[in-house]
Design a protein around this ligand. Structure first.
Ligand code: FES
Length: 72
């Protein structure tokens, strides 16, 4: 689903950016340009970032060792 219509950014792209190393809404915004024009997508974009980071933390907590993510 499209989160940011101005930049054409989907929730999948936001999730991918986090899996590839972004660790905050600020990082995602700088990487994808989300919420950089009209700003109407900021709340939804933050929600997707928050949910994805929470999922990642839960996944890592279930692993016997931490997974290192590196920026692409
Ligand atoms: S919809 Fe994202 S900046 Fe306009």
């Amino acid at each position: 689903m499209y989160v940011c219509l101005c930049q054409g950014v989907t929730d999948g792209q936001i999730r991918d950016a986090i899996y590839e190393g972004c660790c905050s809404y600020k990082d995602v915004r700088q990487t994808l340009g989300v919420a950089s024009q009209c700003g109407k997508c900021a709340c939804l974009a933050k929600q997707v970032v928050r949910e994805t980071l929470t999922e990642l933390q839960a996944t890592q907590a279930a692993l016997p060792y931490p997974v290192e993510f590196t920026a692409a």
